[in-house]
Design a protein around this ligand. Sequence first.
Ligand code: DX5
Ligand code: ZN
Length: 215
Amino acid sequence: MVKVAPSILSADFVRLGEDIRSIESADLLHFDVMDGVFVPNLSFGLPVIKCVRAFTDLPLDVHLMITRPLGLVEKFIDKGADIVTFHLEADDPDRILEALRRVKARGKKAGLSVKPATPVAAVEPYAELLDNLLIMSVEPGFGGQSFMPEALGKIEEARRLVDRLGTGCEVEVDGGINRRTARLCEDAGATVLVAGSDVFKAPDRAEEIRNLRGN
Ligand code: DX5
Ligand code: ZN
């Protein structure tokens, strides 16, 4: 059974507390942090993580769609992040490696994400360090986009890589997840599914989370 990580990008920020309560049956809470440079959108940052940390016991799964994340990864941990995932494309190799090491040194889970055009093989130099490998199934930057079916091959490749390593690294998928694509991703080897619009638009969010999880 896959884990479900609703993305608060699709929440109503005027009623964020209520919205979080409505999805607390999920396995993780996903935060799409965007800087307007790495992706053409600006979302939210440290103050939101800090407030939500004090509000829920759910593990906080932070997805940094920001340029040069090295200087901020520990600040997100200070505010309560349990998993910090950033993009391979966001900095040069030695700073990506250093950022992963800093997350691990703080005892938190470290992840890398790849955009649709970036091959899974590109994360191999860092693979031993990874607790999370996030495959984007949309171009990062916006919720509500359609699932890109070419992501399925990348999920299968990520599954093979993680199985070969035997590290227990999660294979997380983000973008366009609904009841149909959730099963396709699970069959391809995904272990965590991020869903924003599908969950927050559902009349019964808890039921939708159960449907995405497959139970
Ligand atoms: C894209 C975001 C979205 C979001 C999920 O940068 O990362 O993928 O989490 O949005 P939905 O589930 O609406 O595609
Ligand atoms: Zn995300």
